[in-house]
Design a protein around this ligand. Structure first.
Ligand code: AMP
Length: 276
């Protein structure tokens, strides 16, 4: 695996070698969820590039940024074992050479004020900034994104639709622990006790989807809130959307839907969703 630390060297290499890049952006602290994206990208049979960059502009909470896990040596080892071809490991200055007030001109329409956009003000602006910059440097053939961050997939689709129509976006399914908890770098920060109850998030999402033919969303949501709060979760949202257009739904319908949740266990904010 070749490691690049600057945009200039990386983009020159890609251009000189005329590479077709299949790109997996990450913030590191890699786990099997990230690696499943690498494996999916490798299926293209071209060049797989992973980036590790903890992007300061997408953190709306200083504390979260400060405590974000960083395990770079182990990450590099894992990427080598999984035959990733290129790792891009930039500095903040390399990504934002002209300062962090970087304008992308992308209209995020509803997403700026919906779910993650509402509860983490500025978060998606930061995501779009960093991905926009990556796409300019790397010019990949395709970008691979986890459905674990479903709204992020939608926001990056908007960026690609508005500025990079020749890049393919490949959504990849959420990888879970055997008890259902979605794999996440933030899980490392849960105490043993919190880790034991964390799978209740997925269990309750599943129960909501199973209520589709027998109950209403309102009742199913109320039951989930009761159970989660009883176990010490602080819920930010449990929301049902039409997965085609992201309209918020009051009740189940026949369209493709997703139910999404964000909830805190202590200081740790966990998100998950099910498409159904
Ligand atoms: P992050 O490092 O958290 O920014 O995640 C980098 C990429 O990995 C994003 O596209 C995530 O959606 C994806 N990802 C994170 N966790 C999982 C998971 N459990 N299963 C599949 N993809 C994931």
């Amino acid at each position: 695996m070749i490691i690049f630390k600057t945009a200039e060297e990386l983009s020159q290499y890609i251009e000189n070698q005329n590479l077709q890049i299949h790109f997996v952006p990450t913030m590191g602290a890699l786990h099997e969820g990230h690696i499943s994206l690498i494996h999916r990208a490798k299926q293209a049979g071209q060049t797989t590039l992973c980036s590790i960059f903890v992007n300061p502009t997408q953190f709306n909470n200083e504390n979260d940024l400060k405590h974000y896990p960083r395990t770079i040596e182990a990450d590099i080892q894992l990427l080598i074992e999984n035959e990733c071809d290129i790792l891009y490991l930039p500095s903040v200055e390399d990504i934002y050479p002209n300062g962090m007030q970087y304008e992308t001109g992308v209209d995020l329409s509803i997403h700026a004020n919906l779910l993650e956009g509402f509860h983490r003000p500025g978060h998606f602006d930061g995501v779009v900034q960093v991905v926009d910059r990556f796409l300019q440097i790397i010019r990949p053939k395709a970008i691979y994104l986890g459905e674990k961050d479903l709204q992020q997939v939608q926001v990056i689709s908007e960026l690609i639709k508005q500025k990079y129509q020749d890049i393919d976006i490949v959504p990849c399914p959420t990888l879970r622990e055997s008890d259902g908890l979605a794999k996440s770098s933030r899980n490392q920060r849960l105490t043993a006790e919190q880790r034991k109850i964390a799978p209740l998030i997925y269990q309750n999402l599943k129960e909501i989807t199973e209520a589709k033919s027998i109950s209403t969303f309102e009742i199913a949501k109320k039951n989930a809130i009761t159970k989660l709060e009883k176990n010490g979760f602080r819920i930010e949202y449990i929301t049902l959307i039409n997965a085609e257009n992201w309209d918020v739904l009051e009740d189940f319908s026949d369209t493709k839907m997703a139910v999404l949740i964000a909830a805190y266990l202590g200081e740790i904010r966990l998100i998950d969703n099910i498409l159904f």
